[in-house]
Write a protein that binds this ligand. Structure first.
Ligand code: C2E
Ligand code: CA
Ligand code: CA
Length: 383
């Protein structure tokens, strides 16, 4: 079929069993009958009409046609080229693509077995993916294991101290989550938080972390009485996107009896994309008594033009700057400018990733209030 949208007379064979895949078609008008042969018998599989897609299966798995298609009435069809479908599949979630390919493979092998057996009531042996299943399904396994870890309290929350630089004391901590996987050992949050974010698992994971943090704050208060440490909690965009997020947070904090004034919610820069929503969210978090830090500042999407409209308490300068600033004069100037800018906006600054005394001295000389990094302390249980 050469043109994009064509009119086909009734009773025309569009493709036959065994034909090479070619294109798929979107039916605009008319009826098409899809049928398959079983020995001498001809079985009508379905009738397709306007809005239905026809002949896409062979295109997806690049296999010969396993059914024939014939127009019942005059039809108008739009051709969907093979590369259009292949491109969409290539861009799709790899797990979804693997699911579709798996389903098709099973359908084809089932069909082959039925035809080969020739005895409709005999059980059919369907060929499976074999001993090496798709690596994409590893994610399913990992997700199930993460869910079970969550249900069995196997996630651990560690606390990395933040130094109040001018006063030389620990001002608070950042909660960083660890997963001790039964076979793989410790799995980095960079991996499992990303996995949890792909599904709704991030919500129970986030709530679990917040509960642990609230319990830790209550225990700290009982032990240290006057000292008012804060704990910063990382919150992913997917959690924030839930409309009721600040209220849910408040519920948990009140239930455990922690003080929201001691909890700092860390959001990342990518949050500034949906700007009005973020503004409302920050206002709600403040109304509930939480403070808010903008994490990893300077790396992602830096919406400087809108930064002054955001109610932020803290800006956290990403460790990429800290790593380079002593070797690269221009990087140092950027760090100084960011610290000045943040102070000008009435925000505290936390410089992340401080690993050497020289880095800490440089940050102190800029008048920056807080520092965080391995020099000050690694993530650990609170002593
Ligand atoms: P982040 O929020 O930027 O956290 C800082 C990361 O830098 C932590 O890695 C920390 O261990 C590491 N780090 C701290 N000081 C230094 C240093 O001096 N040098 C170097 N090289 N690294 C340092 P971690 O714990 O692996 O966490 C990675 C990311 O995972 C975090 O980045 C955060 O975005 C995310 N994450 C961790 N816990 C949670 C959580 O409970 N919920 C959510 N949504 N995200 C989390
Ligand atoms: Ca953080
Ligand atoms: Ca960070």
């Amino acid at each position: 079929m050469s043109s994009i949208r064509v009119e086909i007379p009734a009773n025309t064979l569009l493709f036959d069993e065994g034909d090479p895949p070619g294109s798929a078609f979107l039916i605009e008008e008319g009826q098409v009958e899809v049928a398959a042969r079983n020995g001498s018998e001809r079985i009508v599989i379905c009738h397709l009409g306007p809005g239905d897609l026809l002949g896409e299966m062979a295109v997806i798995d690049d296999a010969p046609r396993t059914a024939s298609a014939r127009t019942v009435t005059v039809c108008r069809l739009t051709e969907i080229r093979r590369d259009q479908i292949r491109q969409r599949l290539g861009e799709a979630d790899p797990v979804l693509a693997a699911l579709i390919e798996g389903l098709l493979a099973r359908y084809r092998s089932g069909l082959k077995a039925i035809r080969g057996a020739g005895k409709p009531n005999e059980p059919v042996l369907v060929q499976t993916a074999g001993p090496e299943p798709s690596a994409h399904f590893d994610k399913f396994r990992l997700e199930s294991q993460l869910l079970s870890a969550l249900e069995n309290d196997k996630l651990q929350v560690l606390y990395q101290p933040l130094l109040d630089i001018p006063n030389g004391v620990i001002a608070g901590y950042e909660a960083l989550t660890r997963w001790h996987h039964p076979e793989r050992g410790p799995v980095s949050p960079a991996e499992f938080i990303a996995l949890a974010e792909e599904t709704s698992l991030i919500v129970p994971v986030g709530e679990y972390v917040l509960r642990q943090v609230c319990k830790t704050l209550v225990a700290l208060k009982q032990r240290e009485r006057l000292k008012t440490h804060f704990i910063a909690v990382n919150v992913s965009t997917r959690q924030l996107a839930l409309g009721e997020f600040p209220d849910r947070l408040s519920e948990i904090v009140n239930e455990i009896g922690a003080d929201p004034g001691q909890i700092k919610i860390e959001v990342t820069e990518s949050m500034t994309l949906d700007f009005e929503r973020v503004q409302r969210l920050l206002a709600n978090l403040h109304a509930c008594g939480f403070s808010v830090a903008l994490d990893d500042f300077g790396t992602g999407y830096s919406s400087l033009a809108r930064l002054h409209h955001l109610e932020l308490d803290t800006i956290k300068l990403d460790q990429a700057f800290t790593r380079q600033m002593l070797e690269d004069e221009r990087c140092m100037r950027i760090v100084e400018a960011i610290v000045q800018m943040a102070h000008g906006l009435g925000c505290d600054v936390v410089v992340e990733g401080i690993e050497t005394q020289d880095q800490l001295d440089a940050v102190a000389a800029m008048g920056c209030r807080y520092g965080q990094g391995y020099l000050i302390g690694r993530p650990a249980a609170i002593p």
